[in-house]
Design a protein around this ligand. Structure first.
Ligand SMILES: [Zn+2]
Length: 432
C-alpha cells in the first residue's frame, strides 16, 4: 500500500526511537506485567517486508533504522535492535515479487535474489540471526536469543507456473507462499486485480485446476498456503481442498474496513474449522474504514501538490518534511490508535475463537502504522492492550506466536504423512 499521501504522513509519525515506552496515561503496574509477559513469549511475526530494501538499497539489519527512510520516503520499522526490543523471534522475511515481474519476466530470479539476501545476512551475523525452516528451528533461535529468519514468498507468480520450481523454493527454505499478490495470475484469482473496464479480474472463479495442484503440492511438502491477497473465492477453494492448516500472513477483519484484502466473517468461520491462523495486519487503512476513506479522498485531491513537494525537495529531506507537515496540518486525516489492532483480535475471537488469531505486522511494507506505533519495538503495545482488556496471559501468548506455532506444526505433520506418497500427476503437467 503506497500512495503519495501515505508517504508524507509516514514522515510525520516516525520518530527516532527504538525503545519500549509506556503509552501516555498508561497503568504502570499493568505495563510492568506486559513487559514481563511479552519478554517471556515466543513471538512470530507473519510478514516483514524489510527484505526488499535489504536487496535494493543494501540496507543492513545491524544498522540503526530508527528515523531512517526508504528510498521512496517511508520510514523503516525494522533492524536487529528493534526486533530485539519487540522480542520478535520468528520473523517472516517477505520474498516479495511485485506484479510487474509477471509481465516483464524475471519473477523467479527476483525471488532468488531476495532469498540469497536473507541467507547472506544470516551468514554475516551468525550471533544475531539464524535461518529457520521449522517450528524446531524457531524454538532453537528463541533459546539462543537470535532472530529466526523464516521466508515466505509474496506473489504466487514467482513459481512461474512450475511445481518443479515450487519444490525447489521449499528446498531453499521458503515456508509459505501467498498464492497471489494483488495481481491475478495464471492459476489463482487475487483480491484486487482489475480488467481494463474496471471490473474485478477474477477469471478462474477462485483456483484453476493447476492452482489446486499447487495447493496439494504445498500440503504435501509442508509449505503453508498463505491466503493474504487472494480473492474470497480463492480462499473458499483452498478451504475445500487443503489438508493442512492455512495462514493469512498479514490480513485483518473486513468488519472494520471493507477492503477486499480483509477477511469477511463467513470465511473466518471456515478458518476456524481449518485450524489455521489469521495474522492481523497493522496497516491503518485495513484496520479502519475511516482512515481508508479519508486517505483515498485526500490522495486524489492532493496528489499534484504532494508530487511537486516530493520532486522539489527530493534531495533535501528536512525541507521536504517541513513542507509536507505544513500541507498535512491544513488537511489532517483520521488515524486509528494502536488499540484498533486489538479490536480486530476481539472480533476474530468472537467469530472464530482465540485460537485462530496471530500478528502479521507488515513492517516495512506499509507506509505508516497506527498512532502510537513506530516499528518492531512497539509490538508490546498489543500485549499491553490485550492485558488491559482482560485477556488471560495464556491467550496473549497464543496471539503473539502460540497459534502460529500450532498451525505450522500441524502442517509439518500433515506433510510427514503426505510425503510418503509421490506428488500427484500435477507435477507431470506444465502450463505454457
Ligand atoms: Zn502484502
Amino acid at each position: 500500500m503506497k500512495s503519495l499521501f501515505a508517504v508524507f504522513l509516514s514522515l510525520l509519525f516516525s520518530v527516532a526511537a527504538s525503545a519500549q515506552t509506556m503509552p501516555a496515561g498508561g497503568d504502570p503496574a499493568l505495563w510492568q506485567k506486559a513487559l514481563k509477559l511479552h519478554g517471556s513469549a515466543l513471538i512470530v511475526d507473519g510478514h516483514n517486508d524489510v527484505t526488499t530494501p535489504m536487496y535494493d538499497e543494501g540496507f543492513d539489519l545491524n544498522s540503526d533504522s530508527a528515523g531512517r527512510y526508504h528510498i521512496e520516503g517511508t520510514p523503516f520499522h525494522t533492524d536487529f535492535k528493534r526486533l530485539k526490543a519487540g522480542n520478535i523471534t520468528g520473523n517472516f522475511f517477505s520474498i516479495y515479487v511485485s506484479a510487474e515481474y509477471a509481465q516483464t519476466g524475471g519473477a523467479m530470479a527476483r525471488a532468488m535474489n531476495l532469498i540469497d539476501t536473507v541467507y547472506r545476512e544470516a551468514e554475516k551475523y551468525p550471533d544475531k540471526m539464524m535461518m529457520a525452516v521449522s517450528t524446531a528451528d524457531i524454538r532453537k533461535a528463541r533459546k539462543e536469543g537470535k532472530v529466526a529468519a523464516l521466508m515466505g514468498i509474496e506473489g504466487g507468480h514467482a513459481i512461474e507456473d512450475s511445481l518443479y520450481a515450487l519444490r525447489n523454493f521449499y528446498r531453499l527454505g521458503v515456508r509459505y507462499i501467498t498464492l497471489t499478490h494483488n495481481n491475478t495470475n495464471n492459476w489463482a484469482d487475487a483480491c484486487c486485480d482489475r480488467n481494463e473496464d474496471g471490473s474485478p479480474k477474477r477469471p478462474h472463479g477462485g483456483l484453476s485446476d493447476f492452482g489446486k495442484d499447487v495447493v496439494r503440492e504445498m500440503n504435501r511438502l509442508g509449505m503453508l498456503v498463505d491466503l493474504s491477497h487472494v480473492s474470497d473465492d480463492t480462499m473458499r477453494d483452498v478451504f475445500e481442498i487443503s489438508t493442512a492448516p492455512v495462514i493469512y500472513s498479514h490480513s485483518s477483519a473486513r468488519k472494520f474496513s471493507d477492503h477486499p484484502r480483509n477477511v469477511p466473517d463467513d470465511i473466518l468461520r471456515l478458518l476456524a474449522k481449518n485450524g489455521g491462523v489469521i495474522m492481523i495486519n497493522f496497516y491503518p487503512g485495513f484496520l479502519d474504514q475511516r482512515n481508508l476513506d479519508e486517505d483515498s479522498e485526500l490522495d486524489a485531491e492532493f496528489r499534484k501538490e504532494l508530487g511537486e513537494i516530493l520532486e522539489k525537495f527530493k534531495n533535501d529531506a528536512d525541507s521536504r518534511n517541513k513542507a509536507l507537515r505544513e500541507l498535512y496540518s491544513r488537511n489532517p486525516i483520521y488515524f486509528p490508535p494502536y488499540s484498533r489492532i486489538v479490536d480486530h483480535i476481539d472480533h476474530v475471537r468472537d467469530i472464530a475463537g482465540i485460537d485462530v488469531v496471530g500478528l502479521g505486522s507488515d513492517y516495512d511494507g506499509v507506509p505508516w502504522l497506527p498512532e502510537g506505533m513506530n516499528g518492531a519495538e512497539d509490538h508490546i503495545l498489543v500485549t499491553y492492550e490485550m492485558l488491559r482488556r482482560g485477556y488471560s496471559e495464556e491467550d496473549v501468548l497464543k496471539v503473539l506466536g502460540g497459534n502460529f506455532m500450532r498451525a505450522f506444526e500441524k502442517a509439518e505433520e500433515a506433510a510427514k504423512i503426505g510425503s510418503r506418497e509421490i506428488s500427484g500427476e500435477g507435477i507431470q503437467r506444465k502450463i505454457q
